[in-house]
Design a protein around this ligand. Structure first.
Ligand SMILES: NC(=O)c1ccc[n+]([C@@H]2O[C@H](COP(=O)([O-])OP(=O)(O)OC[C@H]3O[C@@H](n4cnc5c(N)ncnc54)[C@H](O)[C@@H]3O)[C@@H](O)[C@H]2O)c1
Length: 311
């Protein structure tokens, strides 16, 4: 039986990954300090004898016996990662060192949940993996962006220097059930506002575009990457290249939730990117992966989840 460690396993993506790994027949150790994750995300798994949860902060060393490590621990939304930026950098950098050290000792494979934020404010659209990015090293987003960049550096240095088998995935915007209701991300914002009948806030004229990947698709990509041949280190982009305007997204949310909420327009924040879109040719070619879930289907699942939360 495959013993798999998931750091950040009680978070949005981590908990869905634990579900998938348990379903695939693995023995799963979920490690989390519950900073942004919650026990309710994994409560349904606690009855399973092959699932174990441990409260632990990855900035401290961990001793465990596993075959694979998914390093997902890190708050992902600006409100959360900017609340304690020093801790965010520590989670990214010390967390990566601790997990890579563990992988080295165990000769285990390790996958890093990196991010499209390593591209910063890009001059290249869509972003391909060979683009080095344009990141401000001293801004308020740097704890996350530079933390994740340094983690990637550590992964590749452990690979070159210590022959650790690494897998680096650059995740683009992902949505689905168990997202935080108040973390300021557009999909959860729109849905919560629609369900509460509050005005839906659109910044600018709503013509800026984003692309969103449904969580099940992303998790499938992570599992494929982990089980890919040893030479496939990445970095590999994962996300949904289907772009839509924020106005289109808001209209879909209103239609699918049956809400009568109104759209209100506010000035565009200064650092709001006009466009962000992944180039997923590498994932398509090397992993045979591409998103399958249509936006309307993903939104229906997500709205059903938030209906329970809002109630
Ligand atoms: N959701 C996305 O769209 C997205 C996009 C790009 C990258 N990612 C990356 O994927 C990973 C998971 O993101 P998410 O959306 O599930 O976020 P999340 O905040 O829901 O999950 C992060 C989890 O890590 C835990 N954690 C944070 N610091 C920790 C520490 N020091 N020790 C142990 N646990 C700690 C949190 O409690 C939480 O359970 C993150 O690394 C994030 O950077 C996510």
């Amino acid at each position: 039986m495959n013993r798999i460690l998931v750091t950040g396993g009680a978070g949005f993506l981590g908990s869905h990954l634990c579900d998938r790994l348990i379903k695939d027949g693995a023995d799963v150790l979920c490690v989390d300090n519950f900073y942004t994750g919650s026990k309710t995300n994994i409560a349904h798994l606690m009855v399973n004898p092959y699932f174990e949860a441990m409260r632990h902060d990855v900035t401290f060393p961990l001793y465990a016996e596993v075959d694979q490590i998914f390093n997902m621990a890190c708050p992902a939304s600006p409100v959360h990662y900017q609340f304690d930026p020093v801790q965010t950098t520590k989670t990214n950098v010390h967390g990566a060192i601790n997990m890579l050290g563990l992988a080295k000792r165990l000769k285990a494979r390790i996958l890093q949940a990196s991010t499209s934020e390593v591209y910063g404010d890009p001059e290249v659209h869509p972003q391909t993996e060979d683009y080095w990015g344009r990141v401000n090293p001293i801004g308020i987003r740097s704890c996350y962006d530079e933390g994740k960049r340094c983690a990637e550096t550590l992964f590749f240095d452990y690979h070159r220097q210590h022959q650790v088998e690494i897998k680096v995935v650059r995740i683009f915007n992902t949505y689905g059930p168990r997202m935080h209701p108040n973390d300021g991300r557009v999909v959860s914002n729109f849905i919560v506002q629609a369900l509460k009948g509050e005005d839906i806030t659109i910044y600018g004229n709503g013509q800026q575009t984003r692309s969103f990947c449904y969580v099940d698709d992303l998790i499938d990509g992570l599992v494929r990457m982990m089980n890919s041949p040893a030479g496939m280190t990445g970095p590999v982009n994962m996300g949904n290249p289907n772009e839509m305007t924020m106005l289109e997204l808001a209209e879909q949310v209103l239609r699918l939730s049956g809400s009568k909420a109104k759209l209100v327009f506010k000035p565009l924040p200064q650092d709001d990117p006009k466009q962000r879109q992944p180039d997923i040719s590498v994932a398509r070619r090397e992993l045979g992966w591409q998103p399958k879930v249509a936006l309307a289907d993903g939104l229906k699942e997500t709205i059903a989840y938030f209906k329970k939360i809002v109630a």
